[in-house]
Design a protein around this ligand. Structure first.
Ligand SMILES: C[S@@+](CC[C@H](N)C(=O)[O-])C[C@H]1O[C@@H](n2cnc3c(N)ncnc32)[C@H](O)[C@@H]1O
Length: 284
């Protein structure tokens, strides 16, 4: 037991493990995630419905989404944003690695009579060619990526952009990191819960890496016959750091915002959003 706890609570190197695909495709967890996406009040898989509504309306208006405009939503989940973009008349592509979410999104689009190109896949490995007038990555998914993965994704985004096209994404801020404290907690779920339908214990270790501006929520889920680990890394940014990173990949930040609903940037807030375009874009 002592050795096991020592191992479970040992501090990993930042981004040493990438478990995102397993998290979103575990049969039980992905069903829970889909319920959370669709719960209008929940803020775990997607933001609450009221925010999504405002945000999608702002994006449609800000980026003139309508007939003749092409948009790609990376990590589209069950299609909360893609469906709204398609209703505005844009040509919409959604990419997600969760089979459950893509199945739901395809069925919902068919029922609503919307034509949306849903691609099941990992956007670090495969992305649609484009060109896209807008690429979105919403709900701070950029923050879970390692340095190498960020580079891969930014290069892919740049290659997908149409001339004059934009990237819109949101990230967690350094203000959010300041409030993070290292803790260890144990959840007991004798009747099952989020992680499994069977009884389990979930040990949550929060690790903070101040110099690297990263924190980690590491879950060790212990069931009778199986133990698994889920690593939720969060790289926190300030606008300057993000601007430098984008510049390394041929992208230029053109706007810093408070969120993906177009609110003003607030240095004290836990999140912010950016709009970027190709650095060598010719302006007319
Ligand atoms: C936090 S949810 C946000 C969903 C959506 N953007 C929203 O705001 O409603 C993250 C989504 O990204 C997907 N995802 C995470 N990493 C991915 C990857 N590398 N490739 C494709 N999809 C990914 C997950 O399956 C999940 O549906």
């Amino acid at each position: 037991m002592f050795e096991t706890l020592m191992r479970v609570t040992a501090r990993p190197q930042p981004f040493a493990h990438y478990t995102t695909p397993e998290l979103w495709n575990d049969p039980h967890v992905s069903r829970q995630m889909l319920e959370l996406h669709l719960d209008p009040d929940a803020e775990l898989a997607s933001r609450p419905a009221g925010f999504v509504e405002l945000s999608a309306a702002w994006i449609v208006s800000r980026f003139c989404l309508g007939p003749g405009r092409a948009v790609c939503d990376l990590g589209c989940g069950p299609g909360l944003y893609t469906s709204r973009f398609a209703r505005a008349g844009a040509a919409v592509t959604g990419v997600d690695l969760s089979q459950n979410s893509i199945d739901y999104a395809r069925e919902a689009a068919a029922q609503d009579g919307l034509t949306i190109d849903y691609v099941l896949g990992n956007y670090l490995e495969t992305t649609p060619d484009g060109p896209f007038d807008l690429i979105t990555l919403i709900f701070c998914d950029f923050c879970v990526l390692s340095s190498d993965q960020r580079g891969v994704l930014l290069d892919r985004m740049r290659a997908m952009l149409a001339e004059g096209g934009s990237v819109l994404l949101d990230v967690q801020s350094l203000a959010g990191l300041a409030g993070v404290a290292e803790t260890t907690t144990v959840e007991t779920a004798p009747n099952g819960g989020f992680w499994s339908a069977d009884p389990y214990f979930a040990i949550l270790n929060v690790f903070k890496y101040g110099a690297e501006r990263v924190f980690l929520n590491k879950y060790t889920v212990v069931e009778r016959n199986r133990t698994r680990e889920s690593y939720n890394w969060i790289q926190c940014y300030d606008p300057g750091g993000l601007s430098d990173l984008f510049a390394e990949h041929g992208l230029r930040l053109t706007e810093i915002l408070g969120n993906v609903a177009g609110d003003a940037y607030d240095a004290e807030a836990h999140e912010f959003a950016v709009i970027a375009e190709k650095a060598d874009q010719i302006r007319v």
